[in-house]
Design a protein around this ligand. Structure first.
Ligand SMILES: Nc1nc2c(ncn2[C@@H]2O[C@H](COP(=O)(O)OP(=O)(O)OP(=O)(O)O)[C@@H](O)[C@H]2O)c(=O)[nH]1
Length: 601
């Protein structure tokens, strides 16, 4: 039996990272009895280990909560989880498009932050009703009244009904459930007699069931035995199972208007499902498809190579597996003169890159070398064509290039006033153009336009260190702009190392070249000969360092017959070698490829 529309509430939780979204979600699940206490692992929504360890949420999930309100009525509350990090802003936007309301969680000791703003504006853009939740009122530093005013002043939301809670102790959380029922609207439309119309919200691969597709039903019903059609791709599938997450998977007979749930059918790959696509019944299709979404585009690319060339096939299998569950991660084979066979991989951002790299190393036990992350450049060629460049090594001959365009972002940074000077300098050094500066209480809110290429390396780390962790940051891509960009090559022992080449702005080339050479000098161990390290643009050397030659044998110290000691030292040396790659005659440690890019400006 399906639930009447006016007894359904579909909502998400939007918040700045660490303001307590997952803790609140856990509490709501617990209070509505969706999980037995003993099954209640901390943060059940963040199912993957890495997510739990890092305390971030990657995959948007949804949970059905059954709630008997104080008025005695039974409601179905669907909580749609959204990730909080900027790299996954796209997933946030599509989850929001599938529901009618949001809980805006703000840490009452911290106040409004950059991602609070970015996420709540997206909810407002999706016509959401919003319940303001001020969390962490148990903390001595909490100032709920001040933060309530701040929310009204900065975001322009009415916060007079704000719910004051501690997700940690549980204080006030029952009021959140009442607020969901009384302040958020039921689904706006939904005709059970109409042809099936459902939105494809998400999909992922499950080892037992194959591809699981999360849907939001708009009209009609979805049930086992139906042949459904994906209107965007035209593909047809037989529905084998329908169900909901509580958060454990539970089969149901059918899904009706306004409801969230999943279905399975013999869908082979996640790539066969397009998020935002409209699903209808093949026999009786709906007349009009939903507007749909643009697919998430990778914005950062890097090469991933096995340290040991013999691991290439394992790497191929591993990236294939990861891709099954993450359509926003892309890869294609790449060969590098320096690193051999590997893959050029595309990511939504740097965090996404780090997560994938970590999963490959940890879950698949691979030792990897990641090359310099690069953004996607547009090359306008003299012959009138335009080429997208994902890899600096593929840069066309300069004489063929008319102009190069690079992606720009608009960044919002909130920071205590004390650190403003340092942050302005950082943005200026990264070719930023200031668009606005205003104040949110005692904090400065900075808006900057920046080239993405200057942000992908270590902008976020630098921002955090300059502001001692107090500044918050969010960005979105805006447009492509022409830039005076050149390809800088790095030569080690006179051999170009293609994996270290990068595009840089001409004005920054020398500084960056020098910094790279200095860093590499520290990272490359001494050999028995002198190793020159050079940075070059075309044939012109712009920076140079030398690793001096090593004279002594490490074992020379162990005179006499202490064989074990000698063996230990040699083993240690071997251990150190494991994560090195040989280039010509030179061993370069794995970490050099990422470390060399971190500039201490
Ligand atoms: N004192 C106190 N701490 C809280 C409260 N709610 C959450 N926390 C803590 O704040 C930290 C962040 O909470 P999370 O629920 O992981 O935050 P989140 O917003 O889900 O973070 P992401 O999933 O990374 O976006 C955790 O260490 C929580 O234990 C609260 O009411 N009081």
């Amino acid at each position: 039996m399906t639930t009447p529309l006016d007894h359904i509430r579909n909502f998400s939780i939007v918040a700045h990272i660490d303001h307590g979204k997952s803790t609140l979600a856990d509490r709501l699940i617990q209070l509505t009895g969706a999980l037995e206490e003993r099954d209640m692992k901390e943060q059940v929504l963040d199912s993957m280990d890495i997510e739990r360890e890092r305390g971030i949420t990657i995959k948007a999930q949804t949970v059905r909560l059954n709630y008997r309100a104080k008025n005695g009525e039974d409601y179905v509350l669907n909580l749609i989880d959204t990730p909080g990090h900027v790299d996954f802003a796209y997933e946030v936007s599509r989850s929001l498009a599938a529901c009618e309301g949001s809980l805006l969680v703000v840490d009452a000791s911290q106040g409004v932050e950059a991602q609070t703003l970015a996420n709540v504006y997206q909810a407002i853009d999706n016509n959401h009703e919003i319940v303001v939740v001020l969390n962490k009122v148990d903390l001595p530093a909490a100032e709920p009244e001040r933060i309530r005013e701040q929310v009204e002043e900065v975001i322009g939301l009415d916060a007079s009904n704000a719910v004051l809670i501690s997700a940690k102790t549980g204080l006030g959380v029952p009021d959140v459930l009442e607020a969901i029922v009384h302040q958020l609207p039921p689904p706006r439309e939904g005709d059970i007699a109409a042809p099936l119309k459902a939105m494809l919200v998400d999909s992922w691969y499950d080892a037992y069931l194959g591809v699981i597709v999360l849907v939001r039903i708009i009209d009609g019903v979805m049930k086992k035995g139906q042949t459904i059609r994906m209107m965007g791709t035209g593909a047809k599938y037989l529905v084998e199972r329908t169900g909901v997450f509580k958060p454990a998977r539970v089969n149901v007979d059918e899904l009706g208007p306004g409801e969230f749930g999943f279905f399975t059918g013999s869908i082979k790959e996640v790539a066969d499902t397009r998020v935002g696509d409209t699903i209808t019944e093949d026999r009786r299709p709906t007349a009009k498809a939903l507007p749909g979404f643009k697919p998430a585009q990778p914005v950062v690319f890097c090469g991933l190579f096995p340290v040991d060339a013999a691991d290439f096939e394992d790497l191929r299998a591993a990236v294939g597996k990861l891709r099954l569950n993450d359509a926003s991660f892309s890869f294609e084979m790449e060969t590098s003169a320096a690193l051999g066979f590997g893959f050029r991989c595309g990511f939504l951002g740097l965090l996404h890159l780090e997560i994938i790299q970590e999963r490959l190393e940890r879950e698949f036990n691979l030792d990897l070398i990641a090359t310099a992350p690069s953004v996607v450049y547009r090359m306008n060629l003299i012959d009138g064509t335009t080429k997208e460049l994902h890899n600096p090594a593929d840069m066309p001959d300069v004489v063929k290039i008319d102009s190069i365009e690079e992606p720009w972002i608009r960044a919002t940074i909130l920071t205590p006033d004390d650190y403003l000077g340092g942050i302005l300098k950082l943005c200026q050094d990264r070719r930023g153009i200031q668009a606005d500066l205003s104040y949110v209480g005692k904090r400065a809110m900075l808006t900057y336009d920046l080239p993405l290429n200057e942000v992908v390396f270590d902008f976020y780390d630098r921002l955090k260190s300059i502001s001692k962790g107090y500044a918050s940051f969010d960005y979105h891509l805006t447009n492509y702009r022409e830039g005076d960009l050149v390809k800088m090559s790095i030569l080690v022992n006179d051999e170009p190392v293609d994996a270290l080449s990068m595009l840089v702005h001409r004005s920054a080339a020398e500084k960056r070249g020098r910094a790279m050479c200095e860093k590499l000098k520290e990272l490359i161990p001494q050999h028995l000969f002198k190793i020159p390290i050079q940075a070059a643009i075309g044939g012109r050397i712009i920076a140079r360092e030398t690793v001096s030659a090593l004279r002594k044998d490490v074992t020379a110290k162990c005179y006499g017959g202490d064989v074990t000691r000698k063996r230990k030292l040699l083993d240690k040396q071997k251990e150190g070698k494991k994560r090195m790659r040989q280039f010509g005659k030179v061993d370069i440690p794995q970490e050099a490829f990422i470390q060399a890019l971190k500039m201490g400006d």
